[in-house]
Design a protein around this ligand. Structure first.
Ligand code: R5P
Length: 298
């Protein structure tokens, strides 16, 4: 059995970092875009691998998902008998029920689609609410959910004694994992979202941030509104330095500028998604997990 990493152009750098750590080759999946919007996908042939690690984050998922399925099909047609999807950012996981009559359950649809095409799915900090385990939406395949928390722990200087702040109850899992071993103070907000860009947050114990360095920790920066509102509250409460750490940054440059205006002096995210904030590499976390997988073989 031979294994190789296959990457789309936009993820070449993080995919190569992963391949290096695994001692594997990294090959390119080429995409041609037709004038009518369709894509033609081509994998390198003859295929030297029987196990393919296909690397693609699913930000901008509507376009990327179709190309991903085409690449998986081309890999199988050309001799891959196992295909592992490494999607450091996995989309469509938050709509896990029909919140209003008539809505599709995106998580169920996309989970079933990926389970049909791949033998295993590796991802980082998936946005799960009502289920704990991706295996509940991707039946019959190996699913591995990793976390960026160890990368964040290593990126924090405990000598500054920062308070770690999570904007909502979902963020507690990351904040606790990081704060407890480092002996740092933590605050968790109570957030209510009433629209895409409309959130209201209150922080019990907010007075504790006065004159202190604060680090916001969250899984996703999407519109940025959650961190913007949090930063405004922290600044009003007298926090003296506000930084942010997020696993995935999907925000536009304009939204990131608003975060700076709100008083966040430094934003760092992992390179699960290409973004100007993506200074932290996720490859070591992925490599460690893949090495333990039953699919890994040199
Ligand atoms: C919510 O459950 C998440 O953890 C993030 O706080 C949220 O997705 C961030 O979204 P936005 O940047 O649009 O406020």
């Amino acid at each position: 059995m031979t294994t190789s990493v296959f990457s789309f152009a936009e993820a070449a750098e993080p995919a190569e970092r992963l391949a290096d750590l695994l001692g594997l080759t990294c090959q390119s999946v080429r995409v041609h875009g037709f004038p009518d919007g369709e894509s033609l996908v081509r994998v390198p042939v003859p295929l030297s691998a029987t196990t393919a690690i296909l690397y693609r984050s699913l930000d901008h998922p509507n376009a990327k998902l179709v190309e991903l399925l085409l690449a998986a099909s081309a890999l199988r047609e050309n001799g891959a008998d196992k295909i592992i999807l490494v999607a450091p950012y996995l989309a469509y996981m938050r709509q896990d029920k029909a919140f209003h009559p008539g809505e599709a359950i995106n998580q169920k649809v996309v989970g079933a689609l990926l389970a049909r095409e791949f033998d295993a799915v590796f991802t980082v900090d998936p946005h799960l609410h009502r289920i704990q385990d991706l295996g509940q939406v991707m039946h019959g395949i190996e699913t591995v959910s990793l976390t960026a928390a160890p990368i964040f722990s290593a990126a924090i200087d405990p000598a500054k004694n920062p308070a770690l702040v999570g904007p909502d109850h979902e963020s507690r899992q990351w904040v606790e994992t990081i704060a407890k071993p480092l002996g740092l103070d933590m605050l968790i907000g109570e957030k209510r979202r009433s629209g895409d860009r409309d959130v209201d947050i209150r922080f019990p114990g907010l007075e504790r941030v006065k004159d202190r360095a604060v680090i916001l920790v969250d899984d996703v920066i999407s519109s940025g509104v959650t961190l913007e509102v949090t930063a405004q509250l922290l600044r009003d409460a007298g926090a003296k330095e506000i930084e942010a750490l997020a696993t995935h940054c999907l925000a536009s440059e304009e939204d990131l500028r608003r975060l700076t205006m709100a008083g966040i002096s430094k934003i760092r995210s992992t390179d699960t998604v290409a973004c100007s904030t993506a200074s932290l590499h996720i490859a070591p976390v992925l490599a460690e997990a893949l090495k333990e997988s039953r699919y890994f073989s040199l």
